[in-house]
Write a protein that binds this ligand. Structure first.
Ligand code: ZN
Ligand code: ZN
Length: 138
């Protein structure tokens, strides 16, 4: 507790002598009564700490209970389900692209083989037309 020395009247005994001003409550006390005041403040502080501990305990208990609340559990389930669905959709989409890419690559290889054998020129289909056909079929 921060205090400052001044000559003033003690609020307890009313005597004017060297006194100490309590920074907390702005009251002045003589040296004898400042000790009483300090003791009283310490007692009050202890009581506040006990109340604070009780409050903290109650609060953490309530937080714990709240986690079991049906609405919270419902939100948790919704969160888990949503994550699962999003992951599944992302995976399906990736597979679709992989599949598409594989088919495209296969079509290109097929076309190149055909082109290489000169079948395209034999049937009268130009390379460009064949390439377009292969591309649109995917
Ligand atoms: Zn006094
Ligand atoms: Zn005080």
């Amino acid at each position: 507790m921060a205090t400052s020395r001044i000559k003033s009247r003690c609020v307890i005994c009313g005597k004017e002598k060297a006194s100490v001003r309590c920074e907390g409550c702005s009251q002045t006390f003589c040296y004898r009564h400042i000790n009483d005041h300090r003791q009283q403040l310490n007692k009050q502080l202890d009581e506040i700490e006990v109340t604070r501990d009780l409050f903290r305990q109650t609060l953490s208990q309530q937080t714990l209970d709240l986690k079991k609340h049906p609405l919270i559990q419902q939100i948790n389930k919704w969160e888990q389900d949503s994550i699962r669905i999003i992951k599944q959709t992302a995976e399906d989409s990736r597979q679709l692209i992989f599949q598409h890419t594989n088919e495209h690559t296969r079509a290109v290889i097929l076309f190149r083989n055909v082109e290489h054998r000169g079948i395209s020129s034999a049937t009268g289909t130009s390379s460009t037309q064949f390439r377009e056909l292969g591309h649109h079929s995917i």
